[in-house]
Write a protein that binds this ligand. Sequence first.
Ligand code: KG4
Ligand code: ZN
Length: 335
Amino acid sequence: MGIETSCDETAVAVYRHGPGIIGEAVYTQLDHARYGGVVPELASRDHVRKLAPMIRQVLDQAGIGPEALDVVAYTAGPGLAGALLVGASVAEAYAAAIDRPAVGVHHMEGHLLSPLLEDDPPEFPFVALLVSGGHTMLVEVAEPGKYRLLGETLDDAAGEAFDKTARLLGLSYPGGPEVAKLAERGDSDRFSFPRPMTDRPGLDFSFSGLKTHTRLLIERESDDEATRADIAAGFERAVVETLAIKCKRALKETRLDRLVVAGGVSANRRLRAALDGALPGQVYYPPPALCTDNGAMIALAGWFRRGSATRTGHIGVRPRWPLDELPSLSNPKAA
Ligand code: KG4
Ligand code: ZN
């Protein structure tokens, strides 16, 4: 069983090797919208309310009792400390109660492995672009457990840049879909936007300068609807082209031709169009339910990491947990 509580999704799933996911539920918290972003304290409280009933619901859906579980996995990081602690406490307590070991897994490893849950999974190795509200990273995935961070954002995540721009444009949260909708009516050529960090080598990202550029533009230009649409379109295109340039560069540097794109921003239609047109090899997009935070990917990562599960009952989370600090899997092929 996998439990995810790192941010504003409460999610539980059961993975069985062979059939795959046999039960799952995701609850997306809605209270954050009126604050324009995730409020950590509200997130923790909601996880407390939702998690226990969801575990029962998912086991019912899977048609199994707790005794059928081998390992209880939970997201131990990275994420919001209080939110992670809810998942860790419930998972460790549940595991102790059913006399099974528990294992804390890395949220990004979950995202990286999630394409394996698809009917037509990509073969290893591949490059993964993870773009969500909390992360923007390019990772070389040689095999399960073997990851090399190629680049990441030095400041805001791509989704965060969409959310902040949406707020400046007076749109609601989450801002990505709203900005994309407004951009449909806009002219992306009217204003020029920077393509941050594309003129120098490397695979890191930075979106805070683009955000400031957008803010100044909004303040300077008159606030009619057509202008706001033009700004949304120019901003979206700048983010999309920046991501596409870096993906192309990452594939070239690693000499790989498969790209997996996951995270909420991968739903963006212009991003998909830009990637499909610009890259030599195949681009894989997991289905939307696996792109955003879910319990299935945590259950799967827990299955791969079951060798590290313990019965210590120790509750430890790592709100900041660099992906390269993950130990490799002793035998990924057999896993
Ligand atoms: O993966 P996700 O659901 O949650 C985490 O952050 O983990 O990603 C949410 C992010 C938000 O910042 C949202 O604005 C962005 O994904 N997003 C989009 C689109 N749909 C969601 N950004 C751009 N275009 C979209 N169509
Ligand atoms: Zn995530």
